[in-house]
Design a protein around this ligand. Structure first.
Ligand SMILES: C[S@@+](CC[C@H](N)C(=O)[O-])C[C@H]1O[C@@H](n2cnc3c(N)ncnc32)[C@H](O)[C@@H]1O
Length: 323
């Protein structure tokens, strides 16, 4: 049966996920997705889900959330066949909503250059962990470190190409997140789902997520429920007038149709708001079409400042290359 993505069958989607996404990042996910791609009985079960719910990330996380991480495909197969009703209900009830604190390391150098103090609005904030970027410790290599030395969240970012590490943390005087479905960092079930979305074997990601969650639980970042297409003006209206108003987002706008992205760009255009985007190339329409990323970038996101390209960055903040 045809799956949700670009007219591909579910088997093709799982094969593609195994070979193009999981390979080199999570050997176990590569094995599990490849196993499903070759298994007609399991594919038929997955095809009972609505097309948007058949994605490998969601189905694999649902099975792991309920029954733990299998050691290989035979264990996963047994779970999916014997307990499909339970896995199906978790896949239907939940979504692949992540929160990647590593992205703060790529955003920080751009935010640190803005006129201070800052009032931050993060749209698509998830649990709001990226709103706490001034509570993390950063290492940009060659001795360039900043942020609280005793922070349990330690983020490494390699600076490539031109530019120097930030000299200071931005002074943040006000912050709020907006999300269709905010993740409550004090709800153990919600936190466990967030953790389950980290792929098996990605221990650094899981460690920094857990550290950030621990820190956030003590003083949770404010994230209000709402839609970035309609609810941004009321948040902007609540910000202090004497701070630089920054609206930022990472890995969010791709979820919107192009027409909604264009309308959003109009909302944040103008002198009153500084707009920082951190998205896959092509998601934010940049004034000058960006040149192809340098060969050392591999898979890369584009960081934009008021619709101008300012950097390429690793999608999880492992490196930054100013343009
Ligand atoms: C992939 S997550 C990224 C979360 C976070 N920005 C990060 O980088 O870790 C995308 C988030 O965008 C939110 N989202 C998607 N569409 C939205 C909309 N129209 N309005 C508000 N939030 C939205 C989702 O609920 C989800 O939390």
């Amino acid at each position: 049966m045809i799956g949700a993505e670009a007219g591909r069958t579910t088997a093709e989607n799982y094969r593609r996920f195994a070979e193009r996404e999981a390979r080199g990042k999570s050997p176990l996910y590569e094995e599990l997705a490849a196993g499903i791609a070759d298994d007609d009985e399991v594919l038929a079960l997955i095809d009972t889900l609505p097309p948007g719910k058949r994605q490998p990330n969601l189905v694999l996380a649902a099975a792991r959330f309920l029954y733990g991480t299998p050691t290989g495909y035979p264990g996963l197969r047994a779970t999916l066949i014997e307990r499909w009703a339970q896995v199906r209900s978790v896949a239907l009830a939940r979504s692949t909503q992540t929160n990647e604190v590593g992205r703060c390391a790529a955003l920080l150098p751009v935010l640190a250059e803005l006129r201070r103090p800052l009032a931050l609005i993060e749209i698509g904030a998830s649990a709001g962990l990226c709103l706490l970027l001034d509570r993390y410790h950063y290492d940009y290599g060659t001795g360039a470190r900043l942020g609280p030395a005793d922070s349990r969240v330690r983020l490494d970012c390699e600076l490539r190409g031109p530019g120097t590490p930030p000299a200071h943390l931005p002074a943040i005087v006000w912050r709020v997140g907006l999300d269709l479905d905010p993740v409550d960092v004090t709800d153990p079930d919600a936190v466990r789902w967030l953790e389950t979305l980290v792929w098996p074997g990605q221990t650094t990601r899981l460690r920094r997520l857990r550290s950030a969650l621990e820190l956030a639980t003590v003083d949770p970042p404010p994230v209000v429920r709402g839609d970035l297409r309609t609810d941004l003006p009321r948040l902007v209206a609540g910000a202090p007038a004497d701070a630089t108003m920054v609206v930022f987002h990472s890995a969010v706008l791709a979820y919107l149709p192009a027409a909604d992205r264009a309308r959003f760009a109009e909302q944040v255009a103008g002198p009153d708001v500084t707009w920082i985007g951190y998205e896959a190339p092509g998601v934010v329409a940049v004034a000058d079409p960006p040149p192809a990323p340098p060969p050392d970038t591999g898979s890369a996101f584009l960081i934009t400042h008021d619709g101008r390209q300012v950097a390429w960055a690793d999608p999880h903040g492992a490196w930054l290359r100013r343009t």
